[in-house]
Design a protein around this ligand. Sequence first.
Ligand SMILES: [Zn+2]
Length: 184
Amino acid sequence: MKILLDAGHGPETPGKRSPDGRLREFSFNQAVAVSVARYLTFEGMSVTFSHRPERDVPLGNRISLANKTNVDAFVSIHANAYGTTWNDAKGIETFVYPTASKQSFALAKGIQQSMIIACNRVDRGVKTANFAVLRETRMPAVLVECGFMTNREEATLLMQKAYREQCAKAIAFAILSWKYRGKS
Ligand SMILES: [Zn+2]
C-alpha cells in the first residue's frame, strides 16, 4: 500500500504561525509527517511526501503528484488557527470532502478517534470542507488539524517533541488499522 503524506504549507509561508511567532505551522506539520513515515515504512508501507523541507510546494503540484503516483491514500497534516491572536478555540478535527467516499470517511474517523485517544484534546469531530487537496485528489483523502496554534496551551504542545510523536503514532496507527480493515 502506498501513502502520500502532505505536510501542509512550507517553511516561509506567510501567516502560518502562532501569534507570538515562536511556532511555524510547517515545522510542526513536517516533523509529524516524517515521524508518521517512519512508522509506516517500518510496517512495510510505501510512503511519499508531497512537501519539500526547503520550500513551499504549490497545492496543484501536491495534487498532481498524488494522482500521478496513484497512492492509496492522501493524508495532509496541519495545525489549526482561529484568527491571528490568542483565543480559546481548541481541539482536534479531521476533514474530508463533502461527497467523499466511504473509505475517506472511514480513514478520517479512524484518524480523529486515534488522535483524541492519544492526545487527550477536545474532540471537534470529523467535518467536511471544500479544500483543493480533498476535492481534486482521486483517492481517499483526509486533512487532520492537530491542535490550535492560536491557543496558548495547544501552541506549547505543538512545539513539543513528545506531542508531535503522539500525533504521529496516532495517525500511523489509524492508517495501519484502516489498511488491515480492508478499507471497508
Ligand atoms: Zn495548515
